[in-house]
Design a protein around this ligand. Structure first.
Ligand SMILES: CCCCCCCC(=O)SCCNC(=O)CCNC(=O)[C@H](O)C(C)(C)COP(=O)(O)OP(=O)(O)OC[C@H]1O[C@@H](n2cnc3c(N)ncnc32)[C@H](O)[C@@H]1OP(=O)(O)O
Length: 153
């Protein structure tokens, strides 16, 4: 699978959630399935909150990076461009809202499904749901904003 994150340049591949160059991170991979974006992730025992269940910060982190990658992919798709083409679209999180609906089991593959709700200027709004087997355990809304050239200055 060639994921959205595989198009990130090396200098932006160190993110804890999605960076392929971060050996301590989640290294999530996201792709299109029709009009939805999908990330699959299997928690490890060290992601525990209450024994048997996944830590909420992990869930939030998965929604976060799933959504920023989805935002980039959505912008390229809207412009009919390949994710390899220039200028590059890279997004950071402006806002992250998560609702924890049910405890998330630690022993199941988690499937995060995202929908593009709005594209306006430099902003993309992504809604996501986290599924464990047949149960939706969390849902989130992320406002992703195109990373400014002068990010951090
Ligand atoms: C690319 C590989 C890395 C992947 C990163 C993975 C996800 C992350 O963890 S990123 C790290 C966490 N996030 C950050 O550190 C971001 C810190 N914040 C910032 O740099 C800035 O506030 C930033 C870039 C989000 C927005 O600032 P700026 O570029 O000035 O945005 P601005 O022009 O004011 O707003 C653009 C649009 O976004 C909206 N927006 C901006 N911030 C927010 C917010 N917090 N909540 C809701 N909407 C927002 C604005 O309302 C505006 O929308 P509209 O056009 O409809 O009015």
């Amino acid at each position: 699978m060639y994921a959205f994150q595989d198009h990130y340049p090396e200098n932006l591949s160190h993110c804890y959630g999605c960076g392929s160059q971060n050996p301590h991170g989640h290294q999530i991979k996201t792709e299109w399935e029709g009009d939805e974006t999908v990330t699959r992730f299997r928690p490890e025992p060290f992601h525990t909150s209450v024994p048997g269940f996944a830590y909420g910060g992990l869930i939030a982190s998965l929604i976060d990076c799933h959504s920023t990658a989805s935002a980039a992919a959505a912008m390229y798709r809207q412009e009919g461009r390949s994710m390899d083409s220039l200028p590059a679209f890279r997004f950071v999180t402006g806002s992250l809202h998560v609702d924890f609906l049910k405890p998330t089991p630690i022993d199941a593959e988690l499937v995060i499904r995202g929908q593009v709700k709005e594209i306006k200027g430099r902003k993309v709004v992504i809604e996501s749901q986290v599924w464990a087997r047949t149960v939706m355990t969390a849902k989130g809304v992320v406002v992703a904003v195109q990373m400014p050239e002068n990010f951090g200055t």
